[in-house]
Design a protein around this ligand. Structure first.
Ligand SMILES: [Zn+2]
Length: 334
């Protein structure tokens, strides 16, 4: 099904955009992703689905601008969605969590294209209180010849074997004991977990520099990357309010926008949208696919996730036409 739809998107992308334009009038498409890497590095990454190939992003940004899409901040997207005027086609890009490559790879790219980028920061990352075990595991699997996991030594060979190892180990660790598994892994392999954190985390110094540049808009993405729907109301509200306060106090900026961790239908619902409003945000974003039409509720905004498997600009037209959102709803994967 996926292949067929992608083929359809490549062949008919432009007519579809025109038809959707006539049918919907003004509309916005919000994109989100996590990390980015240059092509040479991307090919070797054991968890490359989590990283966007920056060369692809470069081509995609050029394509959007050439085809009449305005790349805007989340503030502007929210303003346009609430406006009765015809506001044209617009796109927003947001980064969730925020890693070091946001500063080193993405900020220069977006500056070069002179288009804005929204950063949804999980404050436990620059505060050093949130374990980045997936990044540490990936780093070790990419850069070492062998690793010790439990009582097994795994010899690492080509990129595919490293991807297989990542998938196997991460799947077995995922859950409440992930941090303990990672601590044991660091000890067994002589890895300094603290130093490894800063190899991948964004720092407050980096965020301070980005916050001074009007191209970069900073929003909140909780303190601990909690799945908000699973928390009691007080704890859920604390995640929203404390991340906002911490960003405000550390960067001296107003923080108006929020993005729900994970963001799918089971991860955040109507109670949580109301909490985001109560916490004083002006908008909250999910990762449910679709477009932002006029009058859209600002506290359950759809965003389309770009992952490492996306490397074709033509396939992105699926999101820009709203087709992926329609398909996700039809097959019950929103
Ligand atoms: Zn996240």
């Amino acid at each position: 099904m996926k292949l067929l739809l992608f083929a359809t998107a490549s062949a008919f992308a432009l007519p579809l955009v025109k038809i959707t334009d006539r049918a919907l009038g003004s509309r916005g498409c919000l994109f989100t992703f996590h990390r980015a890497a240059p092509t040479d590095l991307w090919k070797r990454l054991p968890n490359r689905n989590f990283h966007v190939d920056v060369d692809f992003l470069d081509r995609f940004l050029a394509h959007l601008v050439a085809n009449g899409w305005d790349v805007v901040t989340m503030s502007e997207a929210v303003r346009r969605s609430a406006s009765a005027d015809r506001t044209g086609r617009y796109v927003n890009f947001s980064i969730d969590d925020c890693y070091r490559d946001t500063f080193e790879v993405l900020a220069p790219l977006f500056r070069r294209h002179k288009v804005p980028l929204t950063l949804f920061v999980t404050t436990g990352i620059p505060d050093g209180t949130l374990s980045l075990w997936p990044a540490g595991l990936e780093d070790a699997l990419m850069n070492r010849d062998r690793v010790v996991v439990g009582d097994t030594t795994i010899e690492l060979g080509d990129a595919q074997s490293r991807r297989d190892a990542y998938h196997r180990i991460a799947t077995s660790w995922d859950g409440p004991d992930a941090e303990a598994h990672y601590a044991a892994f660091c000890a067994a392999n002589g890895i300094d977990g603290g130093a490894m954190h800063w190899n991948h985390a964004i720092s407050w110094d980096m965020l301070e520099e980005l916050a001074k540049d009007p191209l970069f808009e900073i929003g909140a993405h909780t303190v601990t990357h909690a799945r908000i729907s699973t928390l009691e109301p007080e704890a859920a509200l604390a995640e929203l309010e404390q991340s906002r306060r911490r960003l405000n106090e550390r960067l001296g900026i107003g923080v108006e926008h929020f993005a729900f961790p994970y963001g799918r239908a089971g991860d955040c619902g109507p109670r949580d949208f109301a909490l985001a409003r109560h916490a004083g945000f002006r908008s909250a974003a999910t990762t449910r696919k679709g477009l932002v039409g006029r009058g859209r509720d600002a506290f359950s905004l759809p965003r389309n996730t770009i992952n490492g498997g996306h490397r074709s600009v033509a396939a992105m037209e699926m999101h820009l036409t709203g087709l992926t959102g329609t398909v996700a709803r039809v097959i019950g994967r929103d």
